[in-house]
Design a protein around this ligand. Structure first.
Ligand SMILES: NC(=O)C1=CN([C@@H]2O[C@H](COP(=O)(O)OP(=O)(O)OC[C@H]3O[C@@H](n4cnc5c(N)ncnc54)[C@H](O)[C@@H]3O)[C@@H](O)[C@H]2O)[C@@H](O)CC1
Ligand SMILES: Nc1ncnc2c1ncn2[C@@H]1O[C@H](COP(=O)(O)OP(=O)(O)O)[C@@H](O)[C@H]1O
Ligand SMILES: [K+]
Length: 531
């Protein structure tokens, strides 16, 4: 599990060490980790360390101190180092160490910004150490103009070098991932003590590049993370596995209330997602012409009639491909929510459900649908506001509705009403294709049907009871993202259609499940050695 924290949590974790007079030790550890990461990245790109150039942009706080100490290490390794001091002061000891190591200092206040930006953009490595967790808002004044000019110079030409953010890209809010432009997009963010939540949520993640965490000795002092990400080991541990004596009903039946005359394909794609995600059986309820298409496309699906209450299932999927005029389907969706069973509620069901829900109801809006939901509950966020502050918006929706809320996007966030948030970023932009969300709803529905009643399962994987519905939804988002990526990889990085996500899921599932302790022999409960 990757755990991320707010800047305030990181500062609290540092406090005991600062009180013990270890502030400079922490900074040296951070700076050394940053320098090592820069050297590793240079080598990975086939560049020599000795003689390569590095420009470090510094502010007046400790973030600038980290950057200057790191540049001093790099100067000692033979790099040509320049520090551009963007503020009227700099961390005094770090600046002295940098100068002792032979680094060159330039002051933003003394230079023509255009020339300085052009020189900086040409460096093999640019380190952004202007603002860290102590930032109040974004870059201002001449520092903002310099960063904007460097960003522009780097986009205009095929910039040869790479950008490394020290702790976080300046202008990205460590707690929320909100972005105050201008921000210099990093290829690599080297962050200290723990990942910051804002690096793993959009839009901050757009600017963070790859994120590496440098341990600095504060790791024991953290409490509850602000955001968690399931890694492959967690996914392997959480995947349901059929018992040896399993039958289709014990493995879980998913009821699907989806599709309409206008969008019949959504029902098919939701069923295909569910079938690929290990469910024992899918029961479809919907208009006869949609049911015909479902039968034709997925003969495995059992099509039923009647009300939701007449059909025995372990979980429901409602809403994909439904509109406000689909009264009978919407009534089934409301009944499914009333049943008390786990429900994934997508698309057309979102505006039709009661305002007050429960954690076992997983809502799956995209940004536009989340804005509409928040507006209905008294907020004034539009789609752009949700996209500018995804973490805050998804938390607010979960708190207001009492449901688990999954916000779809490049990073998919899942908020539990009790407070925990998961953030998955396993996919590819090729997933932004019509019907992709229907497949996701099918996958989550299948997981709810299989795992919904198994509370202990989550405890074993380190997920507390209050966050287990969010963990199921995050597991679904992770599988969906990985399946989309695998489908695209199979076409050498080419485009995918939504059905391809479902098609590649079983293979992705099998591959990731081999990572569980015990390895490949534990992959299936029936592949036991003969006794
Ligand atoms: N506290 C510690 O012991 C450690 C801190 N570390 C580093 O220290 C950073 C936090 O340091 P600080 O608390 O000094 O904060 P920052 O270095 O983020 O910057 C704060 C300074 O910048 C000014 N400032 C704030 N917002 C500004 C804005 N929008 N425009 C211009 N100036 C602004 C403030 O007045 C303050 O002087 C972390 O991100 C990390 O890089 C690491 O060295 C590890 C140890
Ligand atoms: N840029 C992106 N990168 C990765 N995944 C994305 C991106 N954009 C969208 N997705 C994913 O694709 C799916 C789109 O779902 P949705 O918006 O409901 O589409 P539809 O309604 O057409 O099915 C979601 O799972 C979302 O997380
Ligand atoms: K920074």
């Amino acid at each position: 599990m990757i755990s991320a924290y707010t800047g305030t949590q990181v500062r609290h974790a540092e406090e005991p060490l600062l009180a013990a007079g270890l502030g400079d030790v922490l900074m040296q550890r951070a700076a050394h980790g940053l320098a090592v990461a820069v050297i590793r990245e240079l080598k990975a790109r086939g560049l020599r360390v000795y003689g390569s150039s590095v420009a470090v942009l510094t502010g007046k706080g400790n973030n600038g101190g980290d950057g200057l100490y790191a540049a001093a290490f790099l100067a000692a390794r033979g790099m040509r180092t320049t520090a551009i001091l963007t503020a009227d002061s700099a961390h005094p000891q770090a600046l002295a160490a940098f100068e002792r190591a032979g680094g060159r200092v330039r002051h933003l206040s003394d230079a023509a910004p255009g020339g300085l930006a052009a020189d900086t953009a040409r460096a093999d490595v640019v380190i952004d150490a202007v603002l860290g967790t102590g930032a109040k808002g974004g870059l201002r004044g001449s520092a903002a103009a310099l960063i904007a000019a460097i960003a522009e110079a780097r986009t205009g030409s095929a910039a040869p070098g790479f950008v490394v953010a020290c702790d976080l890209p300046s202008g990205v809010d460590a707690d929320t991932g909100e972005v105050a432009q201008p921000v210099l997009a990093a290829d690599l963010t080297v962050t200290f003590g723990a990942a910051k939540a804002g690096l793993l949520a959009d839009p901050g993640a757009d600017f963070s590049g790859r994120v590496e965490v440098v341990p600095i000795g504060i790791e024991e002092n953290f409490e509850r993370p602000a955001l968690r990400r399931l890694d492959d080991g967690d996914i392997a541990a959480l995947l349901p596995r059929p018992e040896r004596r399993a039958h289709k009903y014990s493995r879980g039946v998913l009821g699907v209330v989806a599709g309409s005359a206008d969008y019949p394909g959504a029902a098919v794609l939701a069923c295909r997602g569910a079938l690929a995600a290990g469910v024992g059986m899918v029961r479809y309820l919907g208009p006869p012409e949609v049911a015909d298409l479902v039968r034709e496309s997925c003969p495995e699906v059992v099509c039923s009639t009647g009300a939701a209450a007449d059909n025995r299932v372990q979980a429901w999927l409602v809403g994909s491909g439904m509109g406000p005029g689909d009264h009978e389907q919407l009534q089934r969706a409301r009944d499914a929510v009333e049943s008390g069973l786990p429900v994934v509620a997508d698309a057309g069901a979102l505006p039709a459900l009661p305002d007050a829900l429960a954690p076992h109801v997983v809502l799956t809006p995209h940004a536009g649908e989340l804005a509409a939901l928040l507006q209905r509950l008294g907020g004034d966020e539009d789609r752009a506001a949700v996209e500018a502050g995804t973490l805050a918006a998804v938390r607010r929706a979960a708190a207001l509705t009492g449901a688990t809320v999954l916000l779809k996007g490049a990073t998919t966030l899942v908020a539990a009403p009790a407070g925990g948030v998961f953030g998955q970023s396993d996919g590819t932009p090729w997933l932004a294709t019509a019907g992709s969300g229907d497949v996701l709803a099918g996958i989550i529905g299948a997981l709810l049907a299989q795992l919904g009643s198994d509370v202990e399962h989550f405890g074993k994987a380190g997920v507390e009871p209050g966050a287990r519905w969010a963990a199921v939804a995050a597991l679904g988002a992770a599988l969906h993202g990985k399946a989309g990526r695998a489908a695209s990889d199979a076409c050498l990085g080419g485009p995918i259609a939504a059905g391809g996500i479902a098609d590649s899921l079983p293979h992705v599932w099998g591959k990731v499940s081999t990572l569980s302790n015990g390895g490949i022999r534990k992959r299936n409960s029936h592949s036991q050695p003969l006794r």
